[in-house]
Design a protein around this ligand. Sequence first.
Ligand code: FRU
Length: 479
Amino acid sequence: MMNREDYVKQIPDYQYMRETVKKDENRLHFHLMPPTGWMNDPNGLCEFQGINHIYFQYTPFLAGWGTKLWGHYTTTDWIHFRECEPFLFPDCDLDRDGVYSGSAFVDGDKIHYFYTGNVKLQDKDYDYILEGREQNTIHLVSEDGVHAGEKQLVMTNADYPADMSKHVRDPKIFAKNGRYYMVQGARDCESKGCVLLFESEDLMTWKYFDRIVPEEKFGYMWECPDLFEVDGQEILIACPQGVPKSGHDYQNVYQCGYFPIEMDFENKKYKLGEFHELDKGFDIYATQTFLDENGRRILIGWMGIPDADYDNDATVEYDWIHALTMPRVLTYQDGKLIQKPLEELKSLRKNKMVTSITSFGEWTTIDCCFELSVKRDDENAAMILGLRDDVTLTYKDHILKLELGKSGHGRKQRTVQLNSLKNMTVYSDTSAIEIFINDGEEVMTTRVYSEKLNQKVRFLQSETDGEIEVYNLGSFVME
Ligand code: FRU
């Protein structure tokens, strides 16, 4: 438990963490990070009266797994950010072991929030799967996104279907045909992952509606579901755990991806399409989307993943860990979800350089922060692009491979199968790289801890020429 008063009282004792964090060269320039301590899932994403709210799973005083609060940043332009006081604290019996993930739903002049109050019982030796855990669905309202109203319990494990384990969490709300629906991630008693759907007429009282289950088991637990429509296509995002690796697919310990889905709410029927990973890199999980006031469907992910066999010790030494991906706009084209960095980030660009692959030679980066786009004349040609001393991108025989050496801290290689490689844009930050491939059809995201920040970018090999556009990138401004 930590209530607001405890938090405020402890701030002076942990002031040294703020000082330590500032000394770290790996602090990111254009990605959101915890001010100190630990960050995981983005939560409660919304735009309300021109202000974008980005809440996140947060343990401010520990760069490791601990009891979660909701940290909070706001922005009106995605370049200038304000750090606000944490929005939610684990301050009651219903959420004493963590204010877990949840979402925001803007309804007129109010924001409704739903999250999971995590409780871990300690009175017996539980397995914490079928017993020993409470996952309470909690609702609260805010009139400004900054001051949280009273917490109201709307569902407990007793309200979820009887064949569910104690793992049911991460509520996300949407409106459809004049009703409200909530998706929650779940693990049933037979360890099959699924999504539960609940319905409500007033956002206060909820009842079970249906569940979305794949025909064949696809992992034992699904976390952080999100159901929305983009360009006329319904999409279900979820994070299945326990899916075995298969060729170039599911190389991470847990997955984060989407199913195209056709929902028939009237007849409680659905048609679930094939699962696609949202990002083929090392560090992606627990994404959340929201519709901004311009009607854009924006996705932000946790640029991290639980239980991986690679680490982020380089930043833990400086009292912080993990970050969020750049915000990405989603569209649906030709049967594929397309991700593109938010337009606003273009204003970080400085010093444009236009050249070609053959005359590129070597280019030394400033602080590693750059955007580099390549448009290839021959989309099938082989190539090796060296991004840093020990980070390469190799394309050959329809496979794009991202390889890291020592700077990967255990991250070795990830691959993605492509029909061809027409173009790609690399966003390189101090300790993170996001690569958008073929106009955003695929993305690869990784953390990276290079010894020196100034690095040489060069084509180690290319069987084709092509156009290159490079910019140095500036930094987010914290106000
Ligand atoms: C996903 C997750 C969620 C949970 C939260 C706890 O990363 O495990 O299912 O609500 O993180 O921090």
